[in-house]
Design a protein around this ligand. Structure first.
Ligand SMILES: [Zn+2]
Length: 413
């Protein structure tokens, strides 16, 4: 039996956004459904730092995403497998995602970011990622050799290794192993890398088919192909056509990850190039994006799900979202604000605690500060994308976008 025939994974498109590629829909997985567009909070090591999984459910998270690289190093995928898979291991009954580890292993020691604030004319140098004495990772046509950030030990990921790890982790949605490039790379390198990622995608499908049969007693795991191509229209369109057309003995991708180097200025254009080429009946996940303006652009141009570690990471540094922009709770102006962080927020923190209390907790370096701030930030972003989904349904998307972004990015309180 092929992976596809025992597939309990599906996507249904519902309402299309007027004049754009945006849409609402529903993803069905063995652990429940996800109404899209949706923001998927990141629990890197099978935990959203400082917050109970139960609380993540209460604040509206429909699914959680963990990182294969981190769980491979600690505690090891075999432990998570023996525990009954990622969801069971962390007491999360809803859908789960894992990334392939590609971004983490390739970015080790390079320090590159998903979105790099620079334009196309900026200096490029393949040495940034091709090789280099101080790098912790080396990529070749077969895979990536890298040094653990924990103990310096050497490891190697290939497409087969990444898919094997992700099958052991047992998430509902997994991603193909890809080479993540940066905007620093030359066009020649991007082209070469894209072909490498295409060949790796084929190997991922073959291994995925093999493991799905071998582990047929486990719930079906969907595999998304990851589309690279940086800022080049022809390369991006080629990636989408190539990967959506792949069929290895009946095994095809269940959805797609929109990945790689994404210039913030061109984010919407790049997402639209990809979504124009992709089939309507499969979901699209925009990897590593979580800023409010980027989320609006992603939703408008056809992305269905998003993940980003930023809301929780920023919360732990006392940076929280409000309708009027991001603010820092350690600012002395909050010392006597005996009202919530954001009056319009319906999160547990805002309905039970004041900004003054959080200001005190952060200044006193109390652990509860991280918990309460993370609950607020995750709820803020989950709810914002939920509001975008509702607004597509009611025909109010563009009004919401103008109103929200106008207030969030202009007013400085
Ligand atoms: Zn709140």
């Amino acid at each position: 039996m092929s992976a596809q025939s025992q597939n309990s994974f599906s996507y249904t498109q519902k309402i299309q956004l007027d004049g754009a590629l945006g849409r609402t829909g529903e993803i069905t997985t063995p652990h429940g459904t996800i109404q899209t567009p949706a923001f998927i909070p990141v629990g890197t090591k099978a935990t959203v730092k400082a917050v109970l999984p139960e609380t993540m459910g209460e604040l509206g998270a429909q699914a959680l995403l963990a990182n294969a690289y981190h769980l491979y190093l600690q505690p090891g995928p075999e432990i998570v497998d023996e525990a009954g898979g990622l969801g069971k291991f962390m007491n999360w009954s809803g859908p789960t995602f894992t990334d392939s580890g590609g971004f983490q292993v390739l970015s080790l020691g390079v320090g590159f970011k998903k979105v790099i604030a620079m334009n196309e004319d900026t200096f490029r140098d393949d040495q940034v990622i091709a090789d280099g004495k101080d790098r912790l990772a080396h990529v070749d046509d077969d895979g990536v050799t890298f040094k653990s950030h924990l103990d310096g030990s050497m490891h190697r990921f290939t497409p087969e290794v990444s898919i094997g790890i992700q099958h052991q982790l047992g998430a509902d949605i997994m991603f193909a192993f890809d080479e993540c490039t940066t905007l620093h790379n030359t066009r020649g390198y991007q082209q070469k890398s894209l072909e490498r990622t295409r060949l790796w995608a084929k190997r991922c499908l073959v291994e995925h088919g093999r493991l799905t049969e071998l582990r047929s007693d486990k719930p079906y795991q969907a595999l998304f192909g990851v589309l690279q191509g940086a800022q080049y229209e022809d390369l991006r369109r080629k990636a989408a056509k190539d990967l959506s057309g792949l069929n290895e003995d009946g095994i095809t991708f269940d959805g797609f990850g929109l990945g790689g180097a994404l210039d913030k200025e061109k984010l919407g254009t790049i997402v639209s190039w990809l979504c124009e080429e992709l089939p309507d009946n499969k979901p699209r996940h925009l990897l590593g994006i979580g800023e409010p303006d980027d989320l609006f652009v992603g939703v408008e141009n056809g992305a269905d799900t998003f993940d980003c570690v930023a809301p929780s990471r920023q919360a732990r540094t006392s940076a929280v979202f409000t309708q009027d922009g991001r603010v820092n709770l350690t600012n002395s102006k909050y010392q006597r604000q005996f009202s919530p962080i954001d009056e319009s927020c319906d999160c547990y923190t805002c309905t039970h605690y004041t900004a003054a209390y959080l200001n005190h907790l952060f200044k006193a370096k109390e652990m509860l500060a991280s918990t309460l701030a993370t609950i607020h930030n995750e709820r803020f972003i989950v709810r914002l994308v939920d509001q975008m989904r509702d607004a597509i349904t009611t025909g109010e998307f563009y009004n919401l976008k103008t109103e929200f972004l106008g207030r969030f990015y202009s007013a400085k309180i």
